[in-house]
Write a protein that binds this ligand. Structure first.
Ligand code: PFF
Length: 452
């Protein structure tokens, strides 16, 4: 109790509301938007998928994000402590614990891909990326990810940068760096999209991205993929927004910030699509190249197109910065929890937790080389991690938040206290958390584990 009091009495706070929004945006904008969203859209039918995705954001994602923020802002504690404070001696804290665990596992494989991006950035700047024969990028990528040390070193470098950012604290680390990096991300993605759309033949890419193929809506799989992607992209279901909300003053208005974060994330993903598809189509390449899209198809493209090398450098810079800001939020959730539980300082906790996560991530990295034979069915180690977190932990975490805020929380703040100016919106939000979000997430969850 004494420990808890000592930690919470000096709880860190965001310097400004804008700083909080930037940090939250930094969490949401990441590899999910630039590396994952475009290839998933490509594999699942373009425009029709985007419609389902938008529906998932509006009816489930945004309400749950706001739910997490309300929990954190009210409780002023970390993921687990917040549930514990609002519903003492009840099992709801498991929701927070799941978030801490999900943070560990997501960051462990996320950092692997972030490391690849860093390696490509350095090779693009140093020039070695452009010496690869144009037909050989697949092989180049395959050889690189199957090595033992090189991917681990790049992954480690990204973890070190993340640890430095988080160790500096909420205001001087997370807020400070996100305030610098978010505008840079916005400028980079706009330059890339503008250039891509100005290429001859770009229209085909736009048609692909926006023209819906209605038949796709009959395929149940796309709902699972869209919901998983929506949760992942918005960073919900793993208590990032509980933790970030807890650094806000208890009377901060939340709905507009949540709306801005969800809108910003969605617009950013679509603009990333606009940066990629028009160029991919303009050069007659395949839009649905799977996870290799960023690391095989795009380098090929950069080598062919005018100003391609500069565009390539900007693209990988975008990927690295976007990954870094998300990694910081993934690390902050467990760090904030362990700081309280073990009553330790921030730097020390960040270093230990960061190192542990790096260690857990080693098999994910080796899964493409020496551990290539370790498979679950056809899934590699990284695929299994992705499945367990995206399809299980995040939806379960989201459902726990929805149920807790919607039904179980006795002293839930009224909608005007939360900051709704329009009462109707407050009611819609609550009923979304009570009925719509849980049912949607539950159905998709059952389907994804093969029960329906
Ligand atoms: N939202 C990030 C992205 O789109 O890349 C990934 C992420 C960050 C997921 C933080 C979950 C999270 F808690």
């Amino acid at each position: 109790m004494v420990q808890r009091l000592s930690h919470e009495a000096k709880r860190e706070q965001w310097g400004t509301k804008l700083g909080f929004v930037c940090a939250a945006m930094g969490s949401a904008l990441g590899l999910g938007n630039i590396w994952r969203f475009p290839y998933i859209v490509g594999e699942n039918g373009g425009g029709a998928f985007i419609l389902v995705y938008l529906a998932c954001i509006i009816i489930c994602g945004l309400p749950i994000m706001l739910g997490e923020l309300v929990i954190g802002r009210t409780a002023q504690s970390d993921a687990v402590g917040s549930f514990g404070k609002l519903a003492p001696k009840q099992i709801w804290s498991i929701g927070g614990l799941l978030g801490v665990l999900a943070g560990f596992f997501i960051l462990s494989f996320y950092s692997v891909v972030a490391g690849w991006a860093l390696k490509y950035l350095f090779s693009a700047v140093g020039g070695s990326l452009w010496e690869v024969d144009i037909a050989n990028y697949g092989k180049f990528f395959g050889v690189f990810i199957s090595e033992v040390w090189e991917p681990l070193i790049w992954q480690g470098a990204m973890m070190v940068a993340t640890i430095i950012m988080v160790a500096r604290g909420v205001k001087k680390g997370l807020e400070h760096w996100n305030r610098i990096l978010i505008p840079i991300l916005a400028i980079l993605v706009l330059i890339l999209a503008g250039y891509s759309m100005s290429l001859d033949g770009a229209v085909k890419g736009l048609t692909f991205l926006f023209a819906p193929d209605w038949a796709k809506l009959l395929e149940p799989e796309i709902y699972i993929i869209a919901l998983g992607q929506a949760f992942f992209s918005l960073s919900i279901g793993m208590a990032v927004f509980i933790t970030y909300g807890s650094y806000l003053a208890p009377n901060t208005r939340l709905p507009i910030s949540a709306g801005a974060i969800a809108t910003g994330d969605t617009v950013f993903a679509i603009v990333a699509g606009l940066a990629i598809f028009p160029a991919v189509f303009a050069f007659g390449l395949s839009p649905s190249a799977g996870p290799g899209l960023s690391f095989i198809v795009l380098p090929e493209l950069f080598q062919t197109m005018p100003f391609g090398k500069i565009i390539g450098i900007l693209f990988f810079l975008l990927l690295v910065f976007a990954a870094l800001t998300s990694m910081a939020s993934l690390l902050e959730v467990p760090v904030s929890f362990f700081m309280r539980v073990f009553d330790q300082g921030r730097s020390r906790t960040t270093l230990i937790v960061g190192f542990l996560i790096y260690a857990i991530g080693i098999p994910s990295s080796l899964g493409f080389g020496v551990l290539n034979d370790v498979k679950w069915g056809t899934k590699s180690i990284i695929d299994v991690m992705e499945f367990l977190t995206l399809n299980l932990a995040l939806p379960i975490g989201g459902m726990i938040t929805a149920f807790f805020v919607g039904w179980a929380w006795r002293d839930r703040p009224g909608s005007s206290v939360i900051g709704f100016k329009n009462q109707v919106l407050g009611v819609l939000w609550l009923w979304s958390l009570r009925i719509v979000a849980p049912i949607t997430v539950f159905c998709v969850f059952l389907r994804s584990v093969g029960l329906i």
